[in-house]
Design a protein around this ligand. Sequence first.
Ligand SMILES: NC(=O)c1ccc[n+]([C@@H]2O[C@H](COP(=O)([O-])OP(=O)(O)OC[C@H]3O[C@@H](n4cnc5c(N)ncnc54)[C@H](O)[C@@H]3O)[C@@H](O)[C@H]2O)c1
Ligand SMILES: O=C(O)C[C@H](O)C(=O)O
Length: 329
Amino acid sequence: MVKAVVAGASGGIGQPLSLLCKTCKNIDDLALYDVVNALGVAADLSHISSPATVTGYLPKDDGMKSAFTGADVVIIPAGIPRKPGMTRDDLFKINAGIVRDLIKGVAEFCPKAYLLIISNPVNSTVPIAAEVLKAAGVFDPKRLFGVTTLDVVRAETFVGALTGTNDPSTTYIPVIGGHSGETIVPLFSQAKPAVDIPEDKLDAITYRVQFGGDEVVKAKDGAGSATLSMAFAGFRFAEKLIRALKGESGIIEPTFVYLPGVEGGAEIAKATGCDFFSVPVELGEGGAKKAINVVADANEYEKKLLKACYEGLGGNISKGVEFVLNPPK
Ligand SMILES: NC(=O)c1ccc[n+]([C@@H]2O[C@H](COP(=O)([O-])OP(=O)(O)OC[C@H]3O[C@@H](n4cnc5c(N)ncnc54)[C@H](O)[C@@H]3O)[C@@H](O)[C@H]2O)c1
Ligand SMILES: O=C(O)C[C@H](O)C(=O)O
């Protein structure tokens, strides 16, 4: 019996993500939480003839408590998206408080749940979540994941277009670091099967993975950021995690974790100078089983990218931690 919650279920990501969860054979009970329209989205999805039961909750009548109680997995895409001209960090002011308050609810109502944070800026919202859980005495680093899967999905897609493969998703490409601009570092040299990216195309494809989010923000022209591709990516990660929790072995996916709390992570934290970092993580019955040190094998081109990543990411992480430890007055 697996209960999954989508918090922010009525939004651009939340609705298609909830749809995918409703059709997932590994989810039995789906709770949709939002500050608006969660009952409508739940009523709509509940007519789909798949096994999962769906219920919707608003903040009134202890809705968060009802939604979160008994949850095994909580996926959080709640918060505002970017408009053209904004960085993900510009979202901090509003989304930091939204994530903090949702995680307080998690700590109270489902402290053992596995948490998948989608809300931006991920580089800061995941440290916020960790600090809130620590303060409540329920932080387990093996259960907290920043969802960076969209960067991996983009890398697969853009490389697929270059190689002309029939199915881009069959190429494994570790994308590591954080989830914004230069903190996103694709390691094309470690693709499996190997890909041969012509030298004159390397800068452009790297940039496209790092700034792919901007393409969508620009194309949507004020109507938000990536929602459908993000729902696909968020579901891909959630579904893999649930399969691993149920005992399937050998599942590896890059995700933004608190490295010192995951096996193999301490040495990566030492090498990168960042406690929170996305690396390929082997998922298991207890969540994050092992962080895989792909940093050590980066080539010279990738090492330069990583240097810029460490510089940007450190500040984003501290900003999140500070928000909880020294809350703005
Ligand atoms: N991690 C990633 O790769 C990635 C990719 C795309 C978007 N995002 C981020 O995901 C977030 C959501 O994007 P979107 O396009 O779905 O936005 P959206 O505005 O369409 O939806 C957000 C939803 O969150 C809800 N919400 C707001 N405050 C809430 C609260 N306190 N509790 C519960 N629900 C609340 C809103 O009512 C809304 O339904 C943004 O921060 C965006 O930047 C992350
Ligand atoms: O770009 C954004 O703001 C949304 C998301 O983080 C993305 O990568 O598409």
